[in-house]
Write a new protein. Structure first.
Ligand SMILES: Cc1ncc(C[n+]2csc(CCOP(=O)(O)OP(=O)(O)O)c2C)c(N)n1
Lengths: 275, 384
């Protein structure tokens, strides 16, 4: 039997079975990421997958490539170090909403502003999964979490809007229901030169789903299926109200950090010859 | 009222009874249940306090310090990397003399990632100026939480109470939870004389030139020295109200002991059993539980340990490049006494590896038997 190609990127023998809960969406996101890497023509030694701490951040442990499981919130600065040391590597960050938007929120906006070439896959399950379902910056107001037993008082972030406003050149969103779509988006993000974000709306049936009576994983996936709208289909903004908008939300060209850096050096050296 | 609660919930009940007013925290295993229950108390109105789940531990401590400076009783809880991330703010709480109380659930530092217990997180904060109290049981955790606010507010120093991950944090024990009226009698409302007040404006956190800085540090040290008597007094007062007392340190069967073992945290409970067993066999062994770590209870440590022929110290921590931290402290306390007993230093149980009665017995036996320790630091149970 031919071993499916994706297993060339997964540490089947050492690391499986995985630690994710039954029905968790993070595996689907990982699947999409691995397939996107393969379809981009990358080999194991061409990529470095970096994460922080959280359930989503466990993914690099299953990947057969150079991986970095760093500190909670520090995936992006660590990825920055890897990219600066090895500009030839395709650097992919995969982490949760708490990791990238709460404790690591500052890094998120600054990496987007700098436009350093990396792909960030943000798995948004609307709560802190690993620590047991506390509210996160993406928990919608009024929803339930372990630290919000009577409903969450705060408003939530729109990660895509933040990334776009901060200078990211590619911003896209999909869900764990739309796995093929998700794979295509990650592929586009990998190809894009500069800071690219793919937000993955994902189910956490064990915590967020249970606390908010959303049913099991299948029910949550059905919810994603029935409550999403593709950006290309929106003719009137009213159509998007109350829906999760998916697709490529923002795609522009802007000078990438390292390219600009090289250009500055080139100019500085050219000047020297004149002195 | 007796209730079966985990160590984490013992903290939450203590904080509720102490009527904390601002609680800011960020979740981390094994601390989460402390703040989850508190968030419930606050949201349901059972505790008249404001709870905020901030975006990191650094922000949590910043919020607590400022709340405390503005006259609110402030509390947070954390562990390991959360505590490490607070480091800058821990200095600030001391320098600003804000009596914040924090529970730290001892968890090993990564990488290699571990959620299990050891003391390197809290001991790495040894020199920031927080009072540190290591607890042994869930009852002690609850009582120390209540005491901590009173101590902190008397001496204007922040207090960290410390409990072992899982062994206490997630383990249920029967705990006597005092009545609110009783606690109100013991712990008066927080009243900071220098609080931020719009009617009497003050500026906090100014630049301090070399003419003044040194004196501020000296006063912090002086507050620590004075805190020893205050902690003792509050502990005695606590006994009058609630019938329980813990001491700065707790000697156990030390009176005629030839060998005294020094422990902290939950290893103490295991050691107590071993001491009883060995005493039954007619061996002259004793135990000293090191409870208040900062400020150092120098005199009482000396008084108890000085009488032993040998002292052995168990450290569930390591100061890399040196050795066990409690052992260092004990050595420095005993230094200079005529004929002070030799100190045998053992490091064991890092990253939550079990410390069994057998381990403890062998440590005591070794100390008994060997003229001098084979190494300055002896590592027990390392599998190489
Ligand atoms: C400094 C620090 N604070 C807190 C933690 C505890 N912690 C581990 S994972 C996590 C949150 C995980 O949530 P998220 O990033 O949304 O990822 P998920 O588990 O939901 O995939 C937290 C708070 C930590 N490891 N380090």
């Amino acid at each position: 039997m031919k071993i499916p190609e994706i297993f060339e990127f997964i540490r089947v023998d050492e690391r499986l079975p995985h630690i994710l809960c039954p029905g968790c969406g993070i595996g689907s996101a990982m699947n999409a990421m691995v397939r996107a890497i393969i379809e981009s023509g990358l080999k194991n030694d061409d990529v470095c997958v970096v994460s922080g701490i959280g359930c989503s951040s466990r993914i690099p442990g299953y990947i057969d490539a150079d991986t970095f499981h760093t500190l909670h919130g520090r995936a992006i600065p660590s990825a920055t170090g890897v990219k600066l040391a090895h500009p030839e590597l395709e650097v992919i960050v995969i982490a949760g909403d708490g990791d990238l938007l709460a404790i690591g929120g500052n890094h998120f906006i600054h990496a987007a502003r700098r436009n350093l070439d990396m792909t960030v896959i943000l798995i948004n399950n609307f709560n802190y999964g690993m620590t047991g379902g506390q509210a996160s910056p993406t928990t919608p107001q009024g929803k339930y979490a372990k630290t919000a037993p009577y409903g969450w008082t705060e408003r939530n972030f729109d990660a895509c809007a933040i990334a776009q406003a901060s200078g990211a050149v590619f911003v896209a969103r999909s869900t764990t229901y739309h796995v093929t779509h998700l794979r295509t988006l990650i592929k586009q993000a990998i190809k894009k030169k500069g800071f690219a974000l793919v937000e993955v709306i994902s189910q956490c049936p064990t915590l967020y789903g249970r606390l908010n009576r959303m049913g099991d994983a299948v029910k949550m996936l059905e919810y994603f299926r029935d409550n999403t709208i593709s950006i290309s289909q929106i003719k009137d903004p009213k159509e998007a109200e109350g829906k999760i908008v998916i697709g490529v939300l923002h795609d522009v060209e802007a000078p990438e950090y390292y390219e600009t850096y090289k250009e500055i050096i080139r100019r500085a050296q050219a000047q020297k010859h004149h002195v | 009222m007796k209730k079966v609660v985990t160590g984490n919930h013992a903290v939450s009940y203590g904080v509720k009874l102490a009527r904390a007013q601002v609680i800011a925290a960020y979740p981390i295993t094994p601390q989460t249940q402390v703040v989850e229950l508190l968030s419930e108390f606050c949201a349901s109105g059972k505790l008249n306090a404001k709870f905020i789940k901030v975006e990191s531990e650094h922000s949590a401590m910043a919020a607590c310090i400022a709340a405390s400076a503005s006259g609110a009783r402030a509390f947070t809880a954390t562990s390991a990397h959360g505590l490490a991330l607070m480091h800058e703010m821990l200095h600030w709480a001391v320098g600003a003399r804000t009596p914040v109380v924090m529970a730290n659930i001892n968890r090993a530092m990564g990488p290699g990632w571990s959620v299990w217990t050891d003391q390197n997180d809290s001991l790495a904060q040894r020199d920031v100026g927080w009072i540190q109290i290591y607890c042994e049981s869930n009852q002690e955790v609850l009582d120390t939480t209540i005491q901590a606010f009173k101590i902190a507010e008397r001496v204007l120093l922040p207090v960290m109470l410390i409990l072992d991950a899982f062994v206490l944090s997630h383990t249920s024990e029967p705990v006597d939870i005092p009545d609110q009226e009783q606690v109100d009698e013991f712990l008066p409302p927080y009243n900071l004389k220098t609080k931020l007040d719009v009617n009497n404006p003050r500026a906090y956190g100014g630049l301090t030139n070399p003419d003044h800085y040194f004196e501020l540090r000296y006063k912090i040290q002086k507050a620590h020295t004075e805190a020893l008597a205050v902690i003792k007094e509050i502990d005695e007062e606590y006994k009058k109200h609630f019938g329980r007392q813990y001491g700065l340190v707790e000697p156990y069967r030390c009176d005629d002991a030839k060998v005294i073992l020094v422990t902290s945290g939950t290893i103490t409970s295991t050691a107590r059993l071993v001491i009883d067993e060995m005493r039954d066999e007619g061996r002259k062994v004793g135990l000293l539980k090191y409870r208040v770590f900062r400020p150092t209870p120098r005199e009482i440590l000396r008084d108890i340990l000085y009488r032993a022929q040998k002292v052995c110290v168990i450290d569930r921590n390591i100061s890399f490049g040196h050795g066990g931290i409690f052992a260092q402290e004990i050595k420095s306390v005993l230094y200079g006494l005529p004929a002070s007993p030799p100190v045998y230093s053992f490091i064991i149980g890092l990253g939550g590896r079990d410390v069994t009665p057998k381990d403890i017995r062998e440590i005591i036996e070794y100390t008994y038997k060997e003229e001098t320790p084979a190494e300055p630091v002896i590592y027990r149970g390392v599998r190489l």
